[in-house]
Design a protein around this ligand. Structure first.
Ligand SMILES: Cc1cc2nc3c(=O)[nH]c(=O)nc-3n(C[C@H](O)[C@H](O)[C@H](O)COP(=O)(O)OP(=O)(O)OC[C@H]3O[C@@H](n4cnc5c(N)ncnc54)[C@H](O)[C@@H]3O)c2cc1C
Length: 291
């Protein structure tokens, strides 16, 4: 099923994101323990990230196909431009189609580890919008694009970056999923701009990350440029050596964030699950979802 259709349902569309583990053993454990637990929360769909430079290509596609086949949950493969020519990206899409995959989150990708700027591969794409057009031309997939409520870290002007999100929809994106953020106002301002100033009509979905440790959330936000309020930083500092307390704080903060966004009409929430169960389960329980 195409994910755009799932967002048309009246109830909030809840999705979980996984990353491909590094080993076959860890993948087996994810499918044996984690995904069955998360399946009980009745996600509308799951998505699987695409590692730097296509390093996880086979595992990403295999995991998406397995989630659909073994759990009957709709699933989406992420795909990035990093390190691939158009021909190679076409091969990945052919492979996805053969596996029955119908949903692609089309991204530029981050620079490979050790590099600070993104350099397009010769014969490949420089921006996600080009990949979106390329996937669209194949007429087989529903397509998601990424957007950044606070503006993308490489773009000094957040409205310009939001215009680029609107361009993704013009190029064929059927829905947009956001980068993590912790201030609901950032999301609401961006969604308002996209809807009312740029005429975007597709679902605009918040991506939320219930963080697991103080060190982790500081690293993630410094990598993507999302801000943490002074108050949240203070609370993180006071709990910094108690990972369980920080995990619970992550659930509390995301619960408040999601309540506000759902009340304001967000079509669902995309949870960065980090391949873990407890925070995702507690978040959905608090929201009265996933029953
Ligand atoms: C929901 C979500 C899932 C993600 N999953 C993955 C994943 O699986 N694997 C992974 O490696 N990364 C993933 N990322 C991270 C993403 O790859 C990075 O944030 C990356 O830096 C930008 O990707 P993009 O698709 O938004 O790129 P783009 O839309 O190409 O934007 C990148 C930069 O280029 C600028 N730009 C865009 N279009 C133009 C243009 N026409 N001219 C000039 N500048 C332009 C933008 O303003 C921005 O600064 C994900 C991000 C999100 C939000």
């Amino acid at each position: 099923m195409r994910i755009a259709e799932l967002y048309a349902r009246p109830e909030p569309t809840v999705s979980f994101e996984f990353f491909p583990p590094k080993s076959d053993e860890a993948e087996a454990a994810l499918f044996r323990e984690t995904i069955p637990e998360l399946q009980r929360l009745k996600p509308a769909f799951c998505s699987v990230t695409y590692g730097a430079g296509g390093s996880t290509r086979d595992r990403t596609l295999r995991m998406v196909a397995r989630v659909r086949r073994e759990f009957g949950i709709e699933a989406m493969s992420h795909l990035t431009c990093v390190g691939s020519t158009r021909e190679q990206l076409g091969d990945v899409l052919d492979q996805a189609r053969e596996l029955g995959i119908e949903n692609i989150l089309a991204l530029r990708g981050d620079p490979p580890r050790g590099e600070t700027t993104f350099k397009p591969t010769a014969g490949g794409f420089g921006h996600a919008v080009e990949l979106i057009g390329f996937v669209k031309a194949r007429k087989h997939f529903a397509i998601g694009g990424a957007f950044y409520p606070e503006g993308h870290i490489e773009c000094g002007d957040k409205q310009l970056d939001w215009d680029r999100a609107a361009a993704k929809v013009e190029a064929g994106a059927d829905f947009l999923i956001s980068q993590l953020f912790y201030d609901a106002n950032d999301f609401l301002e961006c969604a308002d701009y996209l809807r009312n100033r740029r005429g975007v009509k597709v679902p605009i979905v918040p991506g939320v990350l219930p963080f697991l440790s103080a060190e982790q959330i500081k690293r993630f936000t410094s990598l993507c440029g999302a801000k943490l309020s002074a108050e949240l930083l203070k609370r993180l500092e006071s709990l910094a050596h108690d990972d369980e307390a920080v995990r619970q704080l992550g659930v509390e903060v995301c619960t408040d964030l999601c309540r506000r966004l759902l009340d304001a009409g967000a079509p669902g929430i995309h949870v960065y699950s980090l391949n873990r169960v407890p925070s995702t389960r507690e978040l959905l329980t608090n929201l009265g979802l996933g029953k």
